[in-house]
Write a protein that binds this ligand. Structure first.
Ligand SMILES: [Zn+2]
Length: 311
């Protein structure tokens, strides 16, 4: 059975970097934000190996296995491949339009409430799609593990409910890496892309405000490791040694040269396609985020930032 190293965190926090560093270990394969594979199939996005996903040997084999097992036609209907709620906005409004988003919000909200109440599985009869999606991810991990002959996969879907759900379903097969970054840096990343203040704050704030208590409630301390983006980018060798020890495997120095291996991770940022393995700590928010914006952030979310170790 293949073990999943699940990266749980907010966007703009270095998850693609961590995913590819880990996936450069000889026993690990990187999957990327696999929750969005159906969207990748629908739009035939490019896999990091260079092929479009429908032509990539890994993903075409995975899809074929799901089609064979479940009697579905993923090419005709990419979203019949259920890997959990689709969060990415795609052009296919029949699938991810208003009605879908409402259903997703309702289902995800109920699932969050049952996790918050410590009652994983209680609403399963009402939420069969969510539970089936979790099972399908575990099946997918094994398919990729067998094909690429690795013991571990990295899922950087980031969603906290998926992290906890997978762990509750298969605690001996899931280890969670809680990837954190100074919330002001994430806020700045969003603001410079012209998102409004509320969304820029909440993409980070809501994630950690909900994720921390759920992980504490449901996940054994030995199965969760907190990694700071700033530590990872400043001293990747040290952090990768720590993460390998957490996973129970030996550190390989070659992991740092993450461009020397062919990866098949899907989604994530464009560093997937660059040719250099350079790792650079980005602290541009310190000088570029206006004082008034910093104040806005700290007044609302300073307490949570402190809890994650940022002052
Ligand atoms: Zn590929």
């Amino acid at each position: 059975m293949t073990t999943c190293l699940y990266i749980c965190g907010a966007g703009h926090s270095g998850s693609t970097l961590l995913d590819m560093l880990l996936g450069s270990h000889s026993r690990i394969a990187s999957l990327g934000e696999i929750i969005n594979l159906p969207m990748d199939w629908a739009t035939n996005n490019r896999c990091t190996c260079g092929a479009n996903v429908r032509d990539c040997s890994v993903w075409s084999n995975v899809v074929h296995e799901f089609e064979r097992r479940d009697g579905i036609d993923v090419t005709a209907n990419p979203y019949s491949l259920n890997l959990g709620p689709i969060y990415a906005v795609v052009g296919d409004s029949k699938v991810t339009g208003r009605a879908y988003r409402l259903r997703r919000r309702l289902g995800s909200g109920l699932h969050y409430l049952e996790l918050k109440a410590g009652a994983f599985g209680a609403l399963r009869p009402l939420l069969p799609t969510i539970y089936r999606g979790l099972e399908n991810n575990l099946y997918l991990y094994d398919l990729v593990g067998k094909q690429l002959r690795v013991d571990f996969v990295v899922d950087s879907s980031k969603v906290y409910a998926k992290a906890v759900g997978l762990y509750k379903m298969a605690p001996d097969r899931v280890k969670i890496i809680l990837l954190v970054r100074d919330g002001r840096a994430v806020y700045y990343s969003m603001r410079k892309r012209n998102f409004d203040r509320t969304l820029s704050l909440n993409s980070w704030y809501t994630h950690f405000r909900r994720a921390l208590p759920l992980i504490e409630k449901h996940v054994d301390a030995k199965d969760v490791l907190t990694v700071k983006y700033e530590d990872l980018a400043s001293d990747p060798a040290k952090e990768m040694q720590r993460i390998c020890a957490f996973a129970g495997i030996g550190y390989e120095p070659g992991m740092l040269d993450f461009k020397s291996k062919v990866h098949h991770n899907v989604n994530g940022n464009d560093m997937r396609f660059s040719t250099a393995s350079e790792i650079r700590l980005d602290t541009s928010w310190v000088t570029k985020l206006a004082d008034e914006e910093k104040k806005f952030f700290l007044q609302r979310a300073g307490w949570l930032n402190e809890k994650l170790g940022y002052r």
